[in-house]
Design a protein around this ligand. Structure first.
Ligand code: ADP
Ligand code: MG
Length: 288
């Protein structure tokens, strides 16, 4: 799958093309988490946007449950839209600061489901509880919550329609380490409870590894390396991967043993693998 942006028509860039997805070929199996890591500008968010239908690839397919998202009809797209949700770093892209959070969480329900007012309220309260907040919080406004709580609310909104796939783009990047850890734990629990699949995008390789089953490293629009998160990070060979690793380790070799690295998913719990749910749901690229 390929995608380029044309840089500023008639400007100094002279219609130059910037390749942001260059033959990307990735597979995410149902119930799994694929982590996408890479330096800023490597094309991670663009890939997420193409899966969400916010950007179109120039060439190639993005297959979700066997159907190509790129060429499907608007009607089919509408059906798929509820199955693929997103959580961004900036929670205000999904939460309106002028609305009580009840309105933001219930908005997708109102768009896609016909619930009575009572059912809707009960559903929103249940969603809040499932992300670790209180049912009474529905009346509060975004400014009354901490950053971590706001991300919990964004997650509640994202799971409201019981999606199959959630694209998490730098979803924990603005949070401090302790809160990051709590949100990653919550995401892991929700994934098991609701049989979700995640595309977890971050520039932070440790956060990605702690939640993902597979980790793909992106650089300049290409996936340069993919590893299983049960394998040690030291098994990564590509110079870009090594660079990402070097950026998190203390520079002095003496201090490296002291670096407290978040445990990998495999270390946190047994890997979840059931062959009867190993349905291939997202497949981007022409050649795989
Ligand atoms: P990442 O998420 O890895 O930081 P992005 O996918 O956001 O990277 O961006 C990849 C490259 O594409 C960057 O150089 C960015 O400046 C550029 N870019 C992103 N969106 C657009 C756009 N709409 N038009 C032109 N260039 C863009
Ligand atoms: Mg990005």
């Amino acid at each position: 799958m390929n995608k380029s942006y044309t840089l500023g028509a008639g400007s100094m860039f002279n219609n130059k093309k910037l390749k942001v997805a260059d033959n990307i070929c990735l597979t995410l199996d149902q119930g799994m988490c694929l982590g996408l890591v890479g330096e800023s500008g490597s094309g991670k968010s663009t890939l997420g946007k193409m899966i969400l239908g916010l950007e179109k690839p120039d060439q190639g397919e993005i297959r979700f449950e066997g159907k190509d998202l790129v060429t499907m009809s608007k009607k089919e797209r509408l059906v798929v839209r509820r199955k693929i949700q997103t959580v961004f770093q900036d929670c205000y892209s999904s939460l309106n600061p002028r609305w009580p959070i009840y309105e933001s969480i219930s908005e997708p329900l109102r768009n896609f489901e016909k619930l009575s007012a009572r059912e809707e309220k009960r559903t929103v309260q249940e969603l809040l509880v499932s992300v670790g907040l209180h049912p009474e919080d529905i009346k509060k406004y975004p400014h009354q919550f901490s950053g971590g709580q706001l991300q919990r609310i964004s997650i509640a909104r994202a799971i409201a329609l019981k999606p199959k796939l959630i694209v998490l783009d730098e979803a924990v990047s603005s949070l401090d380490v302790l809160i990051q850890h709590q949100i990653l734990k919550l995401l892991d629990e929700l994934k098991e409870r609701y049989l979700l699949s995640y595309l977890f995008i971050s520039h932070d390789i440790m956060a990605v590894r702690s939640i993902s089953d597979q980790l793909a490293v992106m650089s300049k629009g290409q996936v340069v390396e993919t590893i299983n998160c049960k394998d040690p990070l030291s098994s990564m060979k590509h110079p870009v991967s090594k660079q990402l690793l070097a950026s998190i380790l203390p520079s002095h070799p003496r201090d490296r043993n002291k670096a407290r690295l978040t445990p990998s998913k495999g270390e946190m719990q047994e890997p979840f693998l059931e062959t009867n749910v190993q349905q291939r749901i997202v497949r981007s690229g022409q050649t795989c």
